[in-house]
Design a protein around this ligand. Sequence first.
Ligand code: ZN
Length: 199
Amino acid sequence: MALVGCHECDAVVEEPEVPDGGAAICGRCGGTLFRRQRQTVEFTLALAMAAAILFVVANAYPFLSFEMQGQVTQTTLGSGAAALWEQGRYAVAALVFLTTILAPALQIGLLLYVVAPIHFRLRVPGAVIAFRWVERCRPWSMMEVFLIGIMVALVKLADMADILPGLALWAFALLIPILAGTSAFLDREIVWREIGDLE
Ligand SMILES: [Zn+2]
């Protein structure tokens, strides 16, 4: 039997059975021990699908267009990382690729691979490993840091060139709160239980 601690009064109790959408209340102080998200799979699936579409748009369309002395240069997420690589900044290029492309792609892809079959009651191989990797990818997904960096660069470059934000930039900006939303709605306990039920 698992034990849970009360955040309010530090009481340690055996973890009670709680229905989805319910909450466990501390018997000593009345504080909330934990909640079970209602429809966590459906919310997470919907947000992960939206995130997948935005991620494709963020990578397929131009991120920024620069116009300098009549010359227009377009950059995409991938070409930004590639340009850093060509300049010999291998560590920075690898880090940008990992934190803005690879980690979010794995996080979204694996999340879909785990929650979509739960919703449709299908059994898929490797769901346990996939869900573990969703959690492992999360700390490496740092698109908001990248976006702040882009904004700083934009302010500095604004005097030198005309800069037009591309479709990908808007998709990217929207993707950040949606991906945060998948984490907020995701009730790990429920997903683990559902994976166990399907095995
Ligand atoms: Zn308590």
